[in-house]
Design a protein around this ligand. Structure first.
Ligand code: TXA
Ligand code: MG
Length: 343
């Protein structure tokens, strides 16, 4: 199958919408990451998503909507969800709600709930309208790989597997939507994202956070390998910025002594302090500029598909605000985590 990257003209969006209606797959941009979409009420179409990604069938898909009236057929709209729709939708938030009988098991992996999301991206919204159905869409990567935030990254994973990738440029947020489950008395965050715990608490009161490592995770997808770059990665976490440079120098020295080629994903500030000749440097933005770092994280990890590093050292960020979502992705991508408080 030939895979085309197409500009999102009206004509191309119409063509993509027709493909979805016909039970085919289309990759499309959202404000978070690119999605791999199918008709969310067509079980056979949704099964194609699992095949293209190599995704385990018990890992449910979320449904993307353009209008509130579309949601009623798919989910029971609980009062907490109404508040969240008003506050954050369209936007980078997925709300877990009881599903209706119209949502096939292929979407929910047999669960009685379904994820509901309104993407804040003109191309995504136009595509959902053109297809005239909710679009089931996971991130458009091969299972286990970093999520794609450009059409080229989708192409790298999906070439030959799908007909069309709608090109919307680089995604605005770069990390997937926050997932919040509102089916119990106290809402629970299953995956952190750009809508933070603090933002949700302003609307809902107390909000719990599900542990991100657990043998029986609340979001089934959390138990699988995620976001992994092609070479092993050590994440370096420290609360002391003073020691960061020293730790990196020590680790680089150790690895170079083993004849290893060392990649570094880190802030401009840290990279400028390290000896550039001894590392393959991939800066992710300025220290503390969490919006930029989030937007760059997956491309940083994917850049090592084409670099010759044997190992990556990555600089963690503080676990606050959007930093919670960034660190959640970094920790899952890492093969090893180095926690250093003293040097
Ligand atoms: O930003 C996003 O959410 C992107 C874009 C394309 O919209 N989509 C996305 O989908 O990240 P995916 O499939 O890569 O991640 C969805 C996560 C998985 O971990 C899945 O297990 C969880 O949501 N999930 C889906 N339905 C669920 C449900 N009913 N209950 C609990 N977790 C659910
Ligand atoms: Mg994903």
């Amino acid at each position: 199958m030939k895979t085309e990257i197409l500009k999102p003209t009206r004509e191309n969006i119409k063509r993509a919408g027709n493909l979805i209606r016909a039970g085919d797959l289309v990759a499309f941009p959202t404000e978070t990451v690119y999605g791999l979409g199918a008709d969310g009420l067509n079980a056979d179409a949704c099964k194609k998503i699992f095949a293209a990604k190599g995704r385990p069938s018990d890992n449910p898909l979320i449904l993307h909507f353009a209008t509130l009236s579309q949601v009623e057929r798919a989910a029971k709209i609980l009062p907490a969800a109404e508040k969240l729709f008003a506050a954050f939708c369209p936007g980078p938030l997925t709300i877990i709600l009881p599903k209706t009988k119209f949502v096939p098991d292929a979407v929910t992996g047999g669960l009685s709930t379904v994820g509901v999301r309104f993407p804040d991206n003109d191309v995504a919204r136009a595509l959902i309208k053109a297809a005239d159905c909710p679009i089931a869409a996971p991130s458009a990567n091969t299972s286990g790989r970093p999520s794609p935030t450009t059409s080229q990254a989708v192409f790298a994973d999906m070439e030959g597997k799908i007909k069309i990738i709608l090109d919307g440029g680089a995604c605005q947020f770069g990390v997937e939507s926050t997932i919040v489950d509102v089916t119990s008395d106290v809402a629970e965050i299953l995956r952190p994202g750009a809508v933070t715990k603090e933002m949700l608490e302003e609307i809902l009161g107390d909000v719990k956070v599900a542990p991100s490592t657990s043998s029986k995770p609340r979001a089934p997808g959390m138990k699988y390998t995620h976001y992994a770059p092609k070479v092993p990665m050590t994440l370096i976490e420290t609360t002391s910025l003073d020691v960061l440079e020293k730790i990196f120098r020590r680790e680089i020295k150790k690895l170079r002594a083993e004849n290893k080629s060392v990649g570094v994903i880190a802030s401009h500030e840290l990279i400028s302090k390290l000896d550039a000749e001894k590392i393959i440097a991939v800066p992710y933005g300025s220290c503390g500029d969490l919006k930029v770092i989030a937007a760059n994280i997956y491309e940083s990890l994917r850049s090592f598909d084409n670099l010759t590093a044997d190992i990556i050292l990555a600089e963690g960020v503080a676990d606050i605000g959007l930093g919670v979502a960034i660190m959640n992705r970094f920790r899952k991508a890492a093969t090893q985590i180095l926690l250093v408080d003293d040097f």
